[in-house]
Ligand binder design. Structure first.
Ligand SMILES: NC(=O)c1ccc[n+]([C@@H]2O[C@H](COP(=O)([O-])OP(=O)(O)OC[C@H]3O[C@@H](n4cnc5c(N)ncnc54)[C@H](O)[C@@H]3O)[C@@H](O)[C@H]2O)c1
Length: 343
């Protein structure tokens, strides 16, 4: 549901639970910058945010909090935050007492258009992104675009990358509409209808394949390369310079569109348009050519692979025509990474 009136949107939902059985889970950062959290008036668990805290230890903090507040199977968690928080809160809800209800109130563009819908939950483990997780859908996701007014532009761009991916899976009109957004002067009023379209594209795909048996794999476009870029940074504990999930996906889209051009004759124009966006808006990936071997090794262990020792990608024949389960050889991937790092 899309609404800037959080109270009215929540009222019919919370009416079904005893107030002492409702727990809000959020992060320190959100709690400080969004007065809407405290205004909800429910018992609130404030976690440390950040990808580095998307861990089993944080899940245990949530379980312990629920137990110590005597939350029963008739409880409700309100997950108020970005994608890290909604992934963690959803997993904790799905596993506590074999599953209690939860509602997502995403606060980043990325969480609004992607992470908070579709029911994928989980946390990072063993150095691998989202290695442990489950499918456990929220009873409702409330998209409140006004929450984006405190979000830094880099975080908006992170979400915009997932919107670009959705448009590539949908049609030329949506793609061209998205490219018209001017990132020199981002216009929040222009963003709201685009969020709605983007969500609709994702929901259409998820409803047709909730457990990722086929079509839903199309949503992995850009993510085989993207996840490996994120993982290489997770492994590098000394790096203070981590890029955001959407940036990794954005660079992944470039590499995977390159593979789509080579394998399926995908038109070059969208690849050129993404390259222009990289040069003028996102900036180049700070990766070295010598990282290629490690990236390919990480892709070979990706949980999307159906067999060990192969790289599985979603590619495109054209905008709106995804091809899932494309097996890419390490040599082909090497060439795509070469292309990306040489731009
Ligand atoms: N479950 C899924 O289907 C799915 C899909 C895509 C991504 N993800 C996951 O989502 C995560 C990334 O999510 P994210 O980009 O939202 O990151 P995030 O949750 O870490 O939030 C990004 C930053 O923005 C801050 N923030 C959030 N909302 C704000 C607001 N309104 N105003 C000011 N600051 C705000 C947060 O405190 C944080 O510092 C990754 O872990 C990724 O794996 C999950």
């Amino acid at each position: 549901m899309i609404s800037n009136d959080l109270h009215s949107a929540l009222a019919p939902i919370v009416a079904n639970y005893e107030p002492q059985q409702i727990i809000v889970v959020t992060t320190q950062n959100i709690y400080s910058c969004r007065p809407e959290v405290a205004a909800l008036g429910y018992t609130t668990l404030i976690l440390q945010g950040g990808e580095e805290n998307k861990s089993l230890a944080t899940i245990q903090v949530i379980w312990d909090f629920l137990l110590s507040h005597h939350i029963t199977r008739r409880g409700l968690i309100i997950c108020f935050g970005g994608g890290v928080l909604t992934d963690l809160g959803g997993f904790a809800a799905g596993t506590y007492k074999r599953g209690i209800d939860y509602v997502n109130i995403p606060t980043t563009l990325l969480a609004m258009v992607d992470a908070s819908t579709g029911g994928k939950t989980g946390f990072n483990y063993g150095g691998l992104k989202n290695c442990i997780g489950s499918f456990y859908a929220p009873i409702e996701t409330i998209i409140c675009p006004m929450l984006l007014d405190s979000l830094p532009v880099s975080q908006l761009l992170s979400g915009y990358a997932e919107m670009l991916k959705h448009a590539l899976l949908a049609n030329d009109d949506e793609w061209n509409r998205l490219l018209r957004l001017d990132w020199n002067q981002p216009d929040m009023n222009a963003l709201a209808p685009l969020i709605e379209n983007s969500l609709r594209i994702k929901q259409h795909i998820v409803e047709n394949d909730p457990h990722e048996q086929g079509l839903r794999k199309a949503l992995n476009l850009g993510h085989t390369v993207g996840h490996s870029l994120e993982e290489i940074q997770l492994a590098d504990l000394s790096s203070n310079d981590r890029w955001l999930h959407g940036y990794a996906v954005f660079y992944g889209l470039i590499a995977e569109l390159y593979l789509s051009v080579v394998r399926f004759g995908f038109p070059r124009l969208p690849l050129q348009q993404l390259t222009d966006l990289m040069v003028h808006v996102y900036g180049r990936p700070h990766c070295k050519c010598s990282d290629r071997e490690r990236l390919i090794a990480l892709m070979l262990q990706d949980k999307k692979n159906e067999h060990a020792d192969e790289i599985n990608c979603t590619l495109l024949r054209a905008i709106g025509q995804p091809v899932i389960n494309c097996i890419i050889s390490p040599n082909e991937m090497n060439e795509a990474l070469d292309y990306l790092f040489s731009l």
